[in-house]
Every structure is written in C-alpha cells, then in structure tokens.
Design a protein around this ligand. Structure first.
Ligand SMILES: NC(=O)c1ccc[n+]([C@@H]2O[C@H](COP(=O)([O-])OP(=O)(O)OC[C@H]3O[C@@H](n4cnc5c(N)ncnc54)[C@H](O)[C@@H]3O)[C@@H](O)[C@H]2O)c1
Length: 329
C-alpha cells in the first residue's frame, strides 16, 4: 500500500512535468499564449498554510502534507495545537500499524507537517492559504485581513466555509482575484470531493491552480461557476431532506422505510434519517429553530427533530436518535 502511495505521487509529478512540456509546445505556436502559460507555471504551489486546526483544518493540512506539500497549520488556541499534535501522532502510527504507510513515508510527512504557534510563521512565503476557522463572519474577516497583510500578492487565499462565499471577504484583501472557496468534506482525509467556488473576481488562473492542487492531493475537484448558498452537494442534500421529510410528515411512509428505499433503490450508503443521526440532530435542531424564528413557519420535520432534541437524543454521538446505537464492545 505504501508503495502505491509513492508511485501515485510519482505519477502525479510526471504528469505535471508532461503538462508543462505541452504548455511550452503550445506557446511556440501562439506568441500570446506564452505569458498565460508562464503564469500558469508560476502558480505552482509549494507551501500551503491552513488557518484553524479544528475538525476540518487539521485533516486538510495532513492530507496536503501526505501528497507531499510543505504545510503549516495554525490555530488561535494553544490547546488545539496540542490536540493536533497528538491526533497527528496517533493517526500516523495507525497508518503504519495497518500497513497503509511505511515508517519512511511517515517520517517524510512529519517533516512536511508543521504545527505553528503564529500566523506569521504559517503564512510566511505561502503560495496557498486555506482558512478553516470557526463559522463566524467577524472572526473570518479578521483572519482574512491578517493573512492579506502577511502573504505575497499572488498567494491564493481560499476559505473552506460551507456557508460563507469568498466574495464576503473581498473588502479584506488587496487582490480579490485570488479568492475562492475550497470546500472540503468531512472527514477531509477520506472524502474525495472538493468544491471550488468562484466569486465574480476569481481569475481563471486561480481556479486552474486549485484544480491542479486538488488533483495532486488525491481529491476530485468540481467547479461551481457562480456563488450560491450551499454550493452543489449541500443543495442536493437539502432537496433530499426536504422531500424525505415531506413524505414522512404527510404519512406516506415511515422514516425507516424511507431510509430502506434510498439505500436499496438509489444505492445511497445510508438513508437521510440515518445520515442525520450521524451529522447530529442538535445541529439540525439549531438550524431549524433559527429558520422557524426567522420565518414564523415550522420547517418540515421540525416536530420529530424537536421531540428527539428535547430528550437529549442527538444521534450517533449520544447513542440514540432516530435509531439506537448501542455502545460497541
Ligand atoms: N465540520 C464540517 O463538517 C465542515 C465541512 C466542510 C466545511 N466546514 C467549514 O470549515 C470551517 C471550520 O469548521 P470545523 O468543523 O473545522 O470547526 P471547528 O470548530 O472544529 O474548528 C475551528 C477552529 O478555528 C479556531 N479558531 C477560531 N478563531 C481563530 C482565529 N482567529 N485564528 C485561528 N484559528 C481560530 C478554533 O480554535 C478551532 O480550533 C467552517 O467554516 C465550516 O463551515 C466544516
């Protein structure tokens, strides 16, 4: 398995070299193209910084170090930085124990994966900064302003936010063409998809560089051409949830049969109610409650979610939600 990882990254680098040759060949035939392709070459990402070492940031950073880029992860809380260190240690030890990585590969990853106590160190000479701090707009504005002051003008600055689009941060940076959303999925070490979301100013060069970066770190990028709430996946998921709750609320089927239908008729790995237990009914309740207060209308499925929430049944994490999850022996 370790060998597979190495040959895969060798193949990626070979492909990158080949692509560069193609660019130069194309440049021979059209003088105007030279500048464009030379620019493309300067977008090579060597050092990445991830701001925020929580659930998403640490996984994005470690994935980036695995493939192999130099990466610095910074978090405002020292205890989070300590937690990232012990998480990194146990994750990498686990990969060796399972035979997925060799000792040598892990030593290389450790050398490239830096946990940084300052944003200055993390951002110094970075080619790409991925912001993955708490989902609070005021905090993110501060982070974007600070990052902008620390990085080169051509450093790409991306946000991993699921809700806030990168144009929100245009006022915070000097060169908004380099902003975009780079939306990873949880757990980011495992999930392949990354949504690259353009804002009206994002340059083609930045989008192409982000596609290359995602591909070279084992991800499957898709481009969202215009900013929209929820991007692609969360909109599709929202539609599935709405329709499922409508069917159950209106008595057309039980939620158990609805899950069975999705799992066996659509080959979804789990139906929407089982998935909701996994993502947490407390989070769903908070979102529904906020929508209820904003609109005065009960969202579909509100009563069922509230009943479980009020009893402390938040899904997998509490051992009970729509389904029961007995502790593993
Ligand atoms: N959790 C998910 O499933 C998921 C999936 C995709 C995208 N996202 C997005 O990723 C981002 C982070 O989410 P998460 O689940 O990792 O959150 P989290 O709460 O686990 O981590 C956020 C981290 O940000 C740190 N932080 C707060 N202020 C900071 C600052 N000024 N500078 C540096 N670090 C700071 C916190 O200490 C914390 O460790 C959010 O924007 C969220 O929308 C989350």
């Amino acid at each position: 398995m370790g060998h597979t990882l190495r040959s895969r990254s060798a193949a990626i680098r070979a492909y990158a070299d080949m692509a560069a040759v193609i660019y130069i060949a194309a440049a021979d035939t059209a003088a105007g193209v030279i500048i464009q392709f030379r620019k493309e070459k300067t977008m090579n990402i060597k050092k990445a910084a991830v701001i925020g070492g929580g659930a998403m940031g640490r996984q994005i950073a470690l994935n980036t170090a695995i493939y192999p880029y130099e990466v610095y992860v910074f978090d405002a809380k020292p205890e989070v930085l300590e937690a990232v260190k012990s998480w990194e240690d146990s994750y990498l030890a686990g990969r060796i124990a399972k035979g997925r990585m060799t000792e040598e590969q892990v030593a290389g990853i450790r050398e490239r994966f830096h946990i940084s106590g300052t944003m200055e160190e993390a951002c110094e000479d970075a080619d790409l900064v991925i912001e993955a701090v708490v989902e609070q707009e005021a905090v993110k504005h501060e982070v974007f302003k600070k990052v902008n002051a620390l990085v080169r003008e051509d450093c790409v600055i991306a946000t991993n936010s699921s809700r806030m689009v990168s144009s929100t941060f245009i006022p915070d940076v000097t060169n908004p063409g380099r902003l975009c959303n780079l939306h990873y999925f949880n757990p980011a070490l495992v999930m392949k998809l990354v949504e690259i979301v353009r804002n009206p100013e994002t340059t083609d060069e930045v989008v192409e560089a982000m596609k290359d970066f995602c591909l070279s770190t084992g991800k499957k990028p898709v481009e969202v051409l215009k900013e929209i709430d929820g991007f692609i996946v969360n909109r599709i998921l929202g539609a599935i949830y709405r329709e499922s709750r409508w069917l159950v609320d209106n008595g057309y089927c039980t939620y158990q049969d609805l899950d069975t239908a999705c799992e066996n008729g659509l080959n979804h790995p789990m139906g929407p109610y089982r998935l909701n237990d996994l993502t947490g009914l407390d989070l769903t309740y908070d979102i529904m409650q906020a929508a209820y207060e904003r609109t005065g209308e009960k969202p579909l499925g509100y009563d069922d979610i509230k009943k479980l929430y009020d009893q402390g049944y938040y899904g997998v994490k509490t051992g009970k939600g729509f389904y029961d999850y007995p502790p593993k022996k």
